[in-house]
Design a protein around this ligand. Structure first.
Ligand code: BG6
Ligand code: MG
Length: 216
């Protein structure tokens, strides 16, 4: 078996949006009279929008109606988009474009597999729309990470078997999703204690395609 495709998560792997999510979720916390910490925000990495609100509601103990939930989700996203709309191509992590180009030149298919419903908007702001063979976002599948649907759809769009793909992820939800889908994964970033990846790299400058191929 050989490596045929890389499926990248977006948030935290290609660019840092966690800080924008945090500002917006903190505002939601304030509305619930709850102080959301940065550590808690870390636990929302890779988790879908609605599921993230459910977690915050659970932590805060607040009980609100379905209509209030929808209102908070809408307002959170409006706030998040005001941050996203200021993003520029300079916010792509160093070394990503070079790695991606090299992978494509060696015949590897590349896709985005993101839980975010804003993925295409972010990719557009980063000027990366033409850099992938496929983009799958949180609006395209019924289940979000930690279920494997997003990655399985990305593999299908690339015409590859999941066993020939490699997921690059920064979150536990994403690593679990890859594992459930029978896909090997690389943990991106410096977080410790996350489970399920075959290898960890702290930045794209460390990414070595030859080493990735040896995982297969
Ligand atoms: C993931 C992020 O990529 O997308 C999560 O890591 C976020 O923090 C999720 O909640 C959903 O994003 P959005 O843009 O649809 O609210
Ligand atoms: Mg992520």
């Amino acid at each position: 078996m050989s490596l045929k495709a890389c499926i990248y998560d977006l948030d935290g792997v290609i660019t840092d949006t966690a800080k924008y999510h945090y500002e917006s979720w903190k505002w939601v916390g304030d509305q619930l009279e709850y102080n959301l910490t940065e550590k808690q925000n870390q636990k929302l990495k890779g988790v879908g929008r609605k599921e993230s609100l459910d977690k915050i509601l659970k932590w805060s103990g607040a009980r609100i109606s379905e209509a209030e939930k929808q209102n908070l989700l809408h307002k959170k996203n409006q706030m998040y988009l005001t941050y996203i709309d200021t993003m520029t191509p300079e916010e792509v992590f160093e070394g990503f474009k070079e790695f991606n180009q090299k992978a494509k030149e060696s015949g590897i298919k590349v896709a985005i597999g993101s839980s975010s419903r804003n993925a295409i908007r972010i990719i557009d702001k980063l000027d990366l729309v033409l850099d992938f063979h496929a983009i799958v976002d949180g609006g395209m599948t019924e289940n979000s990470k930690p279920e494997p649907d997003i990655f399985l759809l990305a593999a299908e769009k690339l015409g590859c078997d999941p066993s020939e793909c490699l997921v690059i992820e920064d979150s536990q939800a994403g690593l679990t999703a890859a594992k459930k889908g029978g896909i090997k994964s690389i943990l991106f970033g410096t977080d410790k204690g996350l489970k399920g990846a075959q290898m960890q790299i702290s930045s794209w400058l460390e990414a070595d395609l030859e080493k990735f191929k040896k995982l297969f």
